[in-house]
Design a protein around this ligand. Structure first.
Ligand SMILES: Nc1ncnc2c1ncn2[C@@H]1O[C@H](COP(=O)(O)OP(=O)(O)OP(=O)(O)O)[C@@H](O)[C@H]1O
Length: 221
């Protein structure tokens, strides 16, 4: 099984009042195309930090992140921006929808940036996510759960090879969370993407193919 994503021996420290504070101390993981992986760990264990490094939003102090044959850690700013545009999709707890665009335009946003807008795929996503009646509405007119579904549709519309999700249903009540998670997993499977999902929720972690747990800056054995 060839890994789409191979993370090796990642170290990352942040500046503290008395010198650098190590957060990641040799974190490694692998993820194959089409697979889903939960990333768990106590609050402050470095889960979001690792996700940001994989998504090219920040750089590690050392270590290797190989994504689809590209060494993410050696990309310059432009290369990392291209990676985020073309290969990686993120779903965060804050939906970051564009307030001035309606739902249809928000869904198409990422795919258009990539130059790969596919209206029939976007319509399919909207339909599957129950957003068809909302396409002409603006984000402020939507509930939290609807906004989250728009954020998921926007990410998947661009057909990323890797989806990074940080507490993707963290803002939803339990029953909406279950429903949105099930839809997200089904749609990720349709695209053949891999999913790395940070979560505190046992129920969410259980839905993934596998799980890794961060402890003391490393993946626990
Ligand atoms: N940009 C930053 N500057 C300084 N410290 C940071 C920065 N980002 C994260 N940290 C610190 O790194 C540690 C890990 O943070 P991170 O957000 O990765 O943890 P987490 O496991 O995702 O936590 P949570 O489950 O609470 O979201 C924390 O102590 C945090 O304060």
């Amino acid at each position: 099984m060839t890994a789409l994503l191979a993370v090796r021996d990642i170290h990352k420290a942040f500046p503290g009042p008395d010198g650098p504070i190590p957060v990641l101390r040799g974190a490694s993981l692998d993820l194959a195309s089409g697979r889903t992986l939960a990333l768990t760990g106590e609050s402050g264990s470095g889960k979001s930090t690792l996700l940001h490094l994989i998504g090219g939003l920040d750089r590690p102090d050392s270590g290797s992140i190989l994504l689809d044959g590209t060494e993410v850690t050696s990309l310059d700013d432009r290369g990392r921006a291209r990676l985020r545009r073309e290969s990686v999709g993120v779903v965060f707890q804050q939906f970051n929808l564009v307030p001035s665009l309606d739902v249809a335009a928000n869904i198409a946003f990422q795919a258009r940036l990539k130059g790969a807008s596919d209206p029939s795929w976007e319509a399919h996503l909207a339909d599957r996510l129950g957003l068809a009646p909302q396409l002409r509405k603006y984000p402020e007119e939507l509930s939290g759960g609807q906004q989250q579904r728009v954020a998921i549709a926007r990410t998947l519309a661009a057909r990323p090879r890797l989806v990074l999700a940080d507490e993707p249903t963290g803002n939803l009540d339990e029953s909406s969370s279950e429903a949105v998670l099930a839809l997200m997993l089904a749609l990720v499977a349709e695209t053949g993407a891999a999913l790395l999902c940070v979560t505190h929720s046992e129920r969410v972690a259980e839905r993934m193919d596998a799980r890794v747990h961060l402890r003391l800056g490393r993946v626990a054995p």
